[in-house]
Ligand binder design. Structure first.
Ligand code: ZN
Length: 98
């Protein structure tokens, strides 16, 4: 009976050491994850700052194209005063036909 108690105590001690080891391991992992999170957050901030400094170059010309005037001319040689259709250089009337 005494041997069993000793054995039980030994098992408990091993468990305790094991648990401490596991906790220590998890703490290391948690620390590494925290570092990774901070690194990624810094990276994200850099990307966001870069985006804020230079807006995507596609946006400006696309907006300009929508508002652009028709490149066609009227019968009397005047520049067409209509707005060009979206994605085209001409209005509905001067749109090249195929
Ligand atoms: Zn036109």
């Amino acid at each position: 009976m005494r041997l069993l108690l000793c054995l039980l105590l030994l098992v408990q001690t091993t468990n305790k050491t094991e648990l401490r080891q596991r906790i220590a391991d998890l703490k290391v992992k948690a620390f590494e994850m925290q570092m990774q999170i901070e690194l990624l957050e810094r990276e994200l901030k850099d990307v966001e700052e870069a985006e804020a400094q230079q807006p995507p170059p596609v946006a400006a010309p696309a907006k300009a194209a929508v508002k652009a005037r028709c490149a066609g001319h009227t019968k009397d040689g005047q520049r067409c005063s209509r707005n060009a259709e979206a994605g085209s250089r001409y209005c509905w009337q001067h749109k090249p036909r195929r």
